[in-house]
Design a protein around this ligand. Structure first.
Ligand code: ZN
Length: 186
């Protein structure tokens, strides 16, 4: 498929041009009368800051509950009852609990955003999906890169997150680093 805007060749599955970012419509080559029934273009819109914020909020609640339950089951590391005790055992418990929640958050985001749903539960609830720069499903590796790039997005007063409100393709900083887009799916 060739881009109508800049003419560069793109994958047939691509929703966006990899060179200029223009929306691509997969029009049939055959333009006989039979084919002239108007086909609505694929509905793809970039998701802005507030939709993404609501999805983020839902995911944070879900992750908080899941991590809390798993931490409790695994023996209550992190200390629900021993905050006064700051011995080495308690410190080890906190470190274990923190690395545990880092792994859970990573797997939650990377597995779900690279799955066929292309979304976490929060994004599904709002109707968002994560794609590569050409609108295709992302790999687990790319989803992992996207997830950990959020550390950089969060560094300077969350400016990397706010960038989703004003960049050309509504990308947060971690989307730019990972080469991803967040689209409205309905
Ligand atoms: Zn193009």
């Amino acid at each position: 498929m060739f881009c109508p805007q800049c003419g560069s060749e793109n994958d047939d599955q691509a929703l966006f041009c990899k060179t200029c970012g223009a929306k691509l419509t997969n029009l049939p080559e055959d333009t006989s009368l039979q084919q002239q029934i108007p086909v609505p273009p694929p509905r793809v819109d970039y998701a802005g800051f507030w939709r993404r914020f609501v999805a983020f909020f839902i995911d944070a609640i879900i992750l908080g509950i899941v991590t809390g339950i798993l931490t409790f089951i695994s023996g209550g590391y992190g200390g629900f009852n021993n905050y006064a005790d700051f011995g080495p055992g308690h410190l080890a418990g906190i470190m274990f609990s923190n690395s545990f929640s880092i792994v859970i958050a990573w797997l939650y985001y990377a597995l779900m955003e690279s799955s066929s749903r292309q979304a976490t539960l929060g994004k599904m609830a709002i109707g968002l999906l994560v794609t590569d720069m050409e609108g295709r499903r992302i790999t687990f590796m790319r989803a992992t890169g996207r997830h950990f790039s959020k550390i950089i997005s969060g560094m300077i007063l969350m400016i990397g997150y706010f960038m989703a409100g004003f960049t050309a393709r509504k990308q947060a900083l971690h989307d730019m680093i990972a080469g991803t887009l967040v689209l409205v799916s309905r």
